[in-house]
Design a binder for this molecule. Structure first.
Ligand code: GAR
Length: 219
């Protein structure tokens, strides 16, 4: 009989539909997956993902940022929820709210984000439109550790997709999101299972990840 893995306790932060969240909740159900999603938080009470999380049996709460006078007090409310649930890792999945430097630094090496471009290209918003405008022929998504500078943290995993003649932002984003749903569970497994860690501003990968490149998805 194999020994069950110790699962890291993960919170997912969302602001919207939560399709990446769903892929992570599903991955977390596998007995040999090294993380489980135990809490979902949204800064927007109307985020569709909250109901999807509850339907999956995961506690899901809104912390409306509009109810707080400043970012620091909103982040303190987040922190209280995370402490209450014994969270070890934070996963940002379409969380569209800037966190304070103090919060980010408190979670250094324990908070990751997915961004819909091949970073360091196209930081910020409207990534698919900007990729089309730039005329790149490869686009994709990136999982990175969160640092105070937006979309600039050390890269854990990337997936590439082609940009095809005739693409618009909708067809391109539909191609990218399929890869996001594969990449994010792979990247979280790598981190929660000890295959990648933040070390002095760089990602240190295990020998197995160096050999297999399991967190690089390409054509
Ligand atoms: C995803 O495409 C994610 O990469 C992006 O928001 C979408 C959320 O979709 N995140 C960002 O742009 C972060 N800056 P989802 O709610 O269906 O997972």
């Amino acid at each position: 009989m194999s020994t069950p893995v110790t699962k890291k306790r993960v919170a997912i932060l969302i602001s919207g539909r939560g399709s990446n969240m769903v892929s992570l909740i599903e991955a977390g159900r596998a007995p040999d997956y090294p993380a489980e999603i135990v809490l979902v938080l949204s800064n927007r009470p109307d985020a569709a993902g909250l109901d999807r999380a509850r339907e999956a049996g995961i506690p899901a709460r809104a912390i409306d940022h509009k109810a707080f006078p400043d970012r620091a007090r909103f982040d303190a409310a987040l922190q209280a929820e995370l402490d209450g649930a014994g969270i070890e890792l934070i996963v940002l999945a379409g969380f569209m709210r800037i966190l304070t430097d103090a919060f980010v630094e408190a979670w250094a090496g324990r908070m990751i984000n997915i961004h819909p471009s091949l970073l360091p290209l196209f930081k910020g918003t409207h990534t698919h439109e900007r990729a089309l405008e730039a005329g790149v022929r490869l686009h994709g998504c990136t999982v990175h550790y969160v640092v105070p500078e937006l979309d600039a943290g050390p890269i854990v995993a990337q997936a590439a997709v082609p940009v095809l003649p005739g693409d618009d932002a909708d067809t391109l984003s539909a191609r990218v999101i399929v890869q996001e749903h594969r990449l994010y569970p792979a990247a979280l497994a790598l981190i929660a299972g000890g295959g990648a860690a933040l070390d002095g501003g760089r990602v240190r990968f295990s020998a197995q990840e160096r050999d297999t490149g399991a967190a690089i998805l390409s054509l």
